[in-house]
Design a protein around this ligand. Sequence first.
Ligand code: PHE
Length: 440
Amino acid sequence: MVRESWASRVGFILAAVGSAVGLGNVWRFPWMTAKYGGSAFLVVYLCIVLLVGVPGLLAEFVIGRRSKRNPAGALARLAPGTKSWGFVGLFGVVTALVLLSFYSVVGGWIVRYFLASFTGSYFAAPGEYFGTISFGWEAAAFQVAFLALTALVVLGGVRGGIEKATKVMMPLIILLLAVLAGWAITQPDAGSGLSFFLDFNPEPIRNDPIGLLQAAAGQALFTLSLGVGTMITYASYLGEDNSLPFDGSVIAVLNTAVGVLAGLVVFPLLFAFQGGLTDASAGGGPGALFVSVAGAFTQVPYGEVVAVGFFAAILFAALSSSISMLEIPVAYLVDEHGVSRRTATLSLAGVILVTGTVCALTPDLFTFVADTLVNLMLTAGLAGFLVFAGWVLGSDALAEFDTGAGGLASSLGVPWLWSVRTVLPLFLLVTLAVNLYSLL
Ligand code: PHE
């Protein structure tokens, strides 16, 4: 059977941006920014995206396009004779399943908030509402609904499902967020939210430099969908004429822009209607920002309309990411075991239905997976991919980097290769060690 591929370059870019733009931008990014003192976090995070994220993205692209395989198949095929690299790829496939187990629970919350926004049913008591819906059997049911939407898109295939859906969803997300940001920054007292977000305050860097660095690194990997093999899988459906450095930069810039746009919606709302950052929104658990933002909607005229728009944007963002998670194991079963896309998608959805339900019923496990475990797995995974691209592929990686890249972009190839070989894996391994140390 002929392997699937993207219909167009724009289709690939939008699908990859769709994967990157997700709950990481609208939910985790403002939450982390608030926790680490606003703009200081933003600056460190931007540096890591540029210096680690973009080269990491390119390493995954190179592996994917060179091999035209899922992560496990890619590493096994490009390093014939050694079995162990295949396991590194397989680790990515497993990480995707772990990620989707918690992500679909949050996806379920969003489906619920989206529907509830039409009638404003959480408007009377936003905090209590979140408490009752976030974990338990109802949460599990909504998690299954979100998973079903995800599976529906993946069933349609690369062109007919993922590419088509992301081509519609991405422009809608940007449009909705831009309109909302325009509205939010003109609210009274929005200015103090904006200055918290955008003014530079070096104090958090001095107070807890390691914590901030760790959080910023974790966030940079998570938001660019790195370390799982998403970008390997998406690039495996590419032709040779794309410039990988160009496409990678576009994806990183768009992803960051959407993150900042989401911040422009969230922070003015918090300051205009919640009187700043409450304890809950600054340091609290995963639901804190949900509660605060939903709470702000209850206080504005036509709050239901604004809320529907906001949760629609988040729902599209979450879906375009969850489909990229499910596509990894689906591609693995299709490529390596000759299973049909249909069988692969349905059976994997069945597995995540179970693991996701366990997450929806066990708040402690959910938090451990969403925060600690995911950070560790992504960091370890990306370190593995970088070492592979730098040392096993080596000059082949450089050749792939250059294919389709213009003169300017290909002059970056050699510095890229050396950073992928040395500084970047070192940085990730140190981050991993610090993470593990603080865990123990
Ligand atoms: N980048 C996605 C987000 O920000 C999350 C994600 C991580 C998606 C890893 C795929 C793989 O929400």
